[in-house]
Write a protein that binds this ligand. Structure first.
Ligand code: NAP
Length: 284
């Protein structure tokens, strides 16, 4: 079997097209254009690329973007003060702070300073809690992007054995909640899981988010499984995922490539969340 490629480039384009139409209709009805504020602290080159890509995505969707590039020495208090200002600014609907932050700034303080209604990354515990009970305003972008991809290809989750490898707050845990919300039977694995391959081989839907290049090999995957590779690893020969792509693609029914899979979806879902944030804040 050779897997069907879950094409994040194409599906993210469709999402962006939908958001663009919604943003235009919203501006027409309310006179307000949705706006995303993106804050970057320091000069991490990978973060700079991510911020640039977010700005380009905003332009493509007809969403305004404001960029705040702050020096590495910015204090936590200064960043908090900026966030409070943006929380109060009615022209800004979504706020995103690019991670990782310099070590002297506590991520949890920053995540909790952003007003939950502008928290388009869904990192605030109010939004995390809403996801848990199933009434989230915003879904975290990467796991939501995975669900959007599954939906775009008509892949049913209900009743399936879903295995998520990785339990980060950013990807693994929210991914498990979203799959559970769709009635998947979900197992979450991590670095202490005993006999990982035995668990992953049970998966009808396998989501891998660990940050280890080509870690999941063909012998760890069931024939006909849907394999979602969230990993992004920078090697000298270029980007690769956490899944050993070619051999796994021979066994899987569907697979995401890296690049061109989940990464594209993440930014598209950020646009969707910004549109939703504007809707929640501006009355038509
Ligand atoms: P993270 O916070 O470092 O978490 C990694 C998780 O993987 C942890 O739960 C860890 O287990 C688990 N793990 C590590 N080695 C393992 C092993 N040998 N066996 C089983 N589990 C193992 O990473 P993250 O933020 O979730 O990101 C994961 C990957 O996704 C990275 O490559 C990142 O760049 C990528 N990513 C991509 C996107 C996108 O848009 N495509 C978005 C976010 C992240 P413990 O908890 O036991 O330590």
């Amino acid at each position: 079997m050779s897997a069907v490629i879950l094409d994040g480039r194409e599906v993210s384009k469709q999402v962006r097209r939908r958001v663009k139409a919604e943003a235009a209709a919203f501006a027409e009805a309310t006179g307000v254009t949705p706006c995303l504020a993106v804050i970057i602290v320091g000069e991490d080159p990978a973060s700079q690329v991510y911020v640039r890509n977010k700005k380009i995505a905003c332009e493509k969707c007809g969403i305004l973007s404001r960029e705040y590039a702050l020096p590495e020495e910015t204090t936590q208090d200064e960043l908090v003060a900026l966030l409070r200002e943006l929380n109060e600014d009615p022209a800004v609907h979504g706020i995103l702070v690019q991670h990782p932050l310099p070590r002297h700034i506590e991520e949890s303080v920053i995540n909790h300073t952003i007003d939950p209604i502008k928290d388009v990354d869904a990192f605030h515990t109010e939004n995390v809690g809403s996801l848990f009970v199933g009434d989230a305003k915003f879904l975290p972008c990467t796991p939501a992007g995975v669900m959007e991809l599954l939906d775009a290809y008509g892949i049913e989750v209900s009743g399936k054995e879903c295995v998520v490898v990785g339990r980060s707050n950013l990807v693994g845990k929210p991914q498990a909640m979203l799959l559970l919300g769709r009635n998947g039977t979900v197992t979450v694995c991590h670095s202490r899981t005993r006999d990982l391959a035995e668990v992953t081989r049970r998966a009808d839907i396998l989501v891998v988010a660990i940050g280890r290049p080509k870690f999941v090999t063909a012998d760890m995957v069931k024939e006909g499984a849907v394999v979602i590779d969230v990993g992004v690893n920078r090697l000298s020969e270029g980007l690769c995922g956490d899944v050993d792509y070619e051999p796994v693609a021979e066994k899987a029914s569907y697979i995401t490539p890296v690049p061109g899979g989940v990464g594209r979806m993440t930014i598209a879902m950020l646009m969707k969340n910004t549109m939703e944030a504007a809707r929640l804040q501006v009355k038509a």
